[in-house]
Design a binder for this molecule. Structure first.
Ligand SMILES: *Cc1c(COP(=O)(O)O)cnc(C)c1O
Length: 360
């Protein structure tokens, strides 16, 4: 499919780690496979030096621009093992295309979509034994692009390092598919119009940590972000996109520049349309969500993202009060979406949308 030549330097057998067999101990993002992929870009030479090698320290100068000015964008996608032990990626091209747009926003050199695909597929194939087969587990893939010029001036960079890590991850819901407690954040903001909100970049995560810590200290899982201007319109929940079901109709905020265009968000929108569930992308004010809860018409709320797929919200904390979503249990549509998406990802169900690509 692509002309990228990838050198492979294998990890010596005696340096390989044991592959975990207990899915309940995996957690998220703590353990990494034996190899990683990298490629480098130089302004005069273009992309090259594509290599899979044993995971270790990156060759990065202490003056590298990414370490000083936040010139970093990343992706998150997963490889899934089917019952017949084939390995599949879910909509990887959407992630590659989004990484191009994230890079462009930060005036970084975009990773060609076919280089992204070639690197991810070659690495996943080499590490296929690391794709967990336990229920709900998967191999999380983290493509990352950083500016590597050793330079302290502030200007767009000329040298880049693109690398891909793999991490076996456990079932997100170790103790069952459970609704979360979400604190409505009225002080900090995640992203403002004209800012970096629609780019998947570390800077957005740095900006989010203070509110996340406050929410966790107050007994909530995550925050609901409101818009930067009026602190009124719902934007995202933690690092997921947000959906509400009010009076039979599903609504999610539009992609108007401050929201990350989630692949899971897009998949949920397409499924709902396919099922003829009324759905719209429009601004939704927090007071309307709370009024619906009061009136008994807030039927469901859930976040969407690659890590958790569907994350039902049970409670919104707002100005010192807890507002329960319906009866606080997992809603029927949240459950149906979760089952349908994971059914496709793990090849239990036919892939009508052609979202999966077999790697090996
Ligand atoms: C990655 C991310 C999402 C979810 O995107 P998916 O492609 O569905 O995983 C949502 N919001 C933010 C801020 C993110 O970084």
């Amino acid at each position: 499919m692509s002309d990228w030549k990838i050198e492979i330097e294998r990890c010596p057998e005696d340096r390989k780690q044991p592959i975990p067999t207990d899915g309940s101990k995996l957690g998220f993002g703590r353990l990494f496979t034996d190899h990683y992929f990298e490629a480098r870009f130089h302004r005069e030479k273009g992309w090259g030096e594509a290599t899979i090698r044993p995971r270790g320290a990156l060759g990065l100068d202490p003056a590298a621009m990414c370490l000083h000015y936040g010139l970093e964008v990343f992706e998150g996608l997963k490889a899934y093992r089917s019952k017949t032990d084939s390995i599949h990626l879910f909509r990887w091209r959407k992630n590659a295309e989004r990484m191009v747009r994230s890079a462009e926003r930060l005036v970084m050199e975009p990773v060609p979509v076919d280089l992204f695909g070639a690197g991810v597929k070659a690495l996943v194939e080499l590490e296929k034994d690391w794709v967990p087969g336990m229920e709900g587990c998967s191999l999380y893939i983290r493509p990352t692009l950083v500016a590597s010029d050793p330079f302290l001036g502030v200007r767009p960079a000329d040298e880049f390092l693109f690398y891909v890590l793999c991490s076996p991850v456990g079932a997100y819901y170790a103790s069952g598919f459970k609704p979360t407690r979400i604190l409505v954040e009225e002080e900090d903001i995640r992203a403002a119009e004209g800012g970096l909100g629609e780019a998947k970049t570390g800077a957005n995560y740095a900006a989010s940590l203070r509110a996340q810590r406050r929410a966790q200290k107050a007994g909530y899982t995550q925050v609901l972000w409101l818009d930067a201007k009026e602190h009124r319109y719902c934007e995202e929940v933690g690092t997921s996109n947000i959906f509400f079901k009010i009076d039979g109709k599903v609504v999610t905020p539009p992609l108007a520049g401050t929201i990350l265009p989630g692949v899971t968000r897009d998949s949920v929108l397409r499924m709902l349309k396919h099922w003829d569930v009324p759905v719209s992308e429009e601004p939704i004010a927090i007071e309307d969500v709370l009024a619906a809860a009061e009136a008994g018409t807030l039927e469901e709320a859930w976040g969407t993202g690659t890590a958790a797929v569907i994350s039902p919200v049970g409670v919104f904390g707002y100005r010192g009060k807890d507002i329960t979503v319906a009866d606080g249990a997992v809603g029927a549509l949240s459950q149906k979406l979760y089952d349908a998406l994971t059914g496709i990802q793990y090849q239990r169900d036919p892939d009508h949308f052609e979202w999966c690509e077999k790697v090996c």
